[in-house]
Design a protein around this ligand. Structure first.
Ligand code: BES
Ligand code: MN
Ligand code: ZN
Length: 491
């Protein structure tokens, strides 16, 4: 884990392994670059000119042996043409600077933000450093790579220019801890990351972070009457778990925010079996649950004066002689019955019972997070997650947090007109409608279980992981947005 901190010395006399300062397009020096240029008698400007450095955001240029400068290495980073970096550019910059320090095998990087008090950009740089230094090697066997040398990242905020800096830094660092935990759980293969393992990880997290946790087994889940959840476990040898995290930073009786995560540790589709291609992606079908773990971890570190509950519904979706068959009918905890026409629409079947369970907290708001539909990926691709909400203020707050953290959502319709497609002749509802508007009808199914509180549903099927290429792996989304959402409620 990288150690992040603030420091207040001047760029030129900062004793550090690598000092990073910004240069704009047109080779215009930022305040920090000017400081180093002056101390080095024009060497920085000369080097930038010699390299034809264009100042494009995300670009970096390492310089060595500048006399009159305390740091042995100076890295110039591109600042574009404006006087602030966008969230996206700041994150790319954090990534590039960390990668540069890793490449140079240096332990400490000190970054001078573009403008004094640019705290939003600093937060993104923290997330970018985490992106560039995160490694998953638990299952790498004999090909484990050495850990990056980079240990400390400092941000130069001279004379405490920004009073908001310490809190902003603390929030961003907690986000990276959450994000890295979410990635870790997601990247574990399904033979490691079983529902049982998630239960064990929940207990471990609760113990190390002072959270209350209850991990329920099949018997306890049966006792709650979660017949819809349990229908999904019928084909699996792995026992299910229902996890309840409770963080109590608010007053007793303060209505909590409840997060609910889909934790299908592997989704074969069940009897409605998925095709073989890319089926390995379905180890990430617990990414909603992973997000709840990450958010709870960050919340436990940040200690907001609020009450927060995290619910995780965890099971496997497998075919077998005992598996649910299309047409089977089950009774949910709410009393509503469901005709399972497609066993691959299992996420909604497990979530609906957790959403009913959430009623007992008399919540301020309930937000579920799920890799729920391929249709959402078709609609929005992998840049925005789908947001459905029964309350406009809740939707706006989540959208704002997503925009600020560049962990974006796009609001989708939640309207009664779509409900008719879920009608069944044999139960209160079917678990699937037709192909049209698949992400919307999935949300409409969940909506039937959330009438007693304000509710938002985040369909993260497109954003939770990258399915191919060098970056194949969990993204940790949308932990940053949800932690920012919680912390914005503090003000
Ligand atoms: N876990 C999948 C959704 C998914 C698909 C996540 C692709 C990530 C990438 C979900 O359980 C599922 O299978 N949904 C079905 C619903 C359909 C049967 C109505 C789907 O999207 O095809
Ligand atoms: Mn499925
Ligand atoms: Zn699924």
């Amino acid at each position: 884990m990288i150690d992040f901190s603030l420091r207040a010395d001047h760029p030129s006399n900062t004793k550090t392994d690598v000092v990073a300062v910004a240069v704009h397009e047109g080779q215009k020096l930022s305040w920090a670059a000017q400081d180093i240029d002056k101390a080095s008698k024009g060497a920085l400007a000369a080097a930038v000119k010699a390299a034809s450095f264009a100042g494009r955001a995300g670009a970096v240029l390492p310089l060595f042996n500048l006399t009159g400068v305390s740091a042995a290495r100076v890295v110039v980073y591109g600042a574009g043409s404006g006087n602030a970096l966008s969230a996206k550019d700041a994150r790319a910059t954090g990534r590039a600077l960390a990668a540069c320090a890793v490449e140079l095998e240096q332990a400490e990087l000190t970054v001078f933000p573009l403008a004094e008090g640019a705290v939003d950009a600093m937060q993104q740089m923290v997330l970018g450093v985490s992106d560039a230094t995160y490694r998953f090697d638990e299952t790498k066997g004999t090909s484990t790579k050495p850990k990056p040398a980079l240990k400390r990242v400092r941000f130069g905020m001279p004379e405490a220019a920004a009073k908001a800096a310490p809190a902003a830094l603390k929030n961003a660092v907690a986000m990276t801890h959450g994000i890295e935990f979410t990635k870790y759980l997601g990247n574990l293969p399904a033979n490691h990351c079983t529902p049982t393992r998630l239960g064990d990880e929940a207990k471990k997290l609760a113990k190390s972070h002072g959270l209350k946790v209850t991990v329920m087994d099949r018997k306890a889940i049966e006792k709650l009457g979660m017949g819809s959840f349990l229908s999904v476990t019928n084909g699996s040898e792995e026992p299910p778990r229902f996890i309840v995290f409770e963080y109590s930073g608010g007053k007793k009786g303060d209505a909590p925010t409840v997060f609910v995560g889909k934790g299908v540790t592997f989704d074969t589709g069940g009897i409605s079996l998925k095709p073989a291609g890319d089926m390995d992606h379905m180890k990430w079908d617990m990414s909603g649950a992973g997000t709840v773990f990450g958010v709870m971890k960050a919340v436990a570190e940040l200690k907001p004066k609020q009450n927060i509950v995290g619910l995780v519904v965890a099971c496997e979706n497998m075919p077998s002689g005992k598996a649910t068959k299309p047409g089977d009918v089950f009774k949910s905890m709410s009393g509503q019955t469901i005709e399972v026409l497609n066993t691959d629409a299992e996420g909604r079947l497990i979530l609906c019972d957790a959403l009913t369970y959430a009623e007992r907290f008399k919540p301020k708001a309930v937000i579920d997070i799920a890799t729920l539909t391929g249709a959402c990926v078709v609609a929005l691709g992998s840049h925005n997650a789908g947001l459905f909400a029964s309350n406009d203020k809740l939707a706006d707050d989540i959208l704002a947090a997503g925009k600020k953290m560049n962990d974006r959502f796009w609001r989708m319709p939640l309207e009664e007109d779509y409900q008719e497609a879920l009608n069944s002749n044999f139960a209160d509802m079917a678990n699937v409608a037709g192909r049209e508007g698949g992400a919307i009808t999935a949300a409409c199914f969940l909506w039937r279980f959330t009438k007693k509180y304000d509710w938002a549903h985040l369909d993260i099927a497109g954003v939770a992981y990258k399915g191919s290429g060098k970056e194949k792996g969990a993204t940790g989304r949308p932990v940053a947005a949800l932690v920012d959402y919680v912390m914005a409620n503090e003000k």
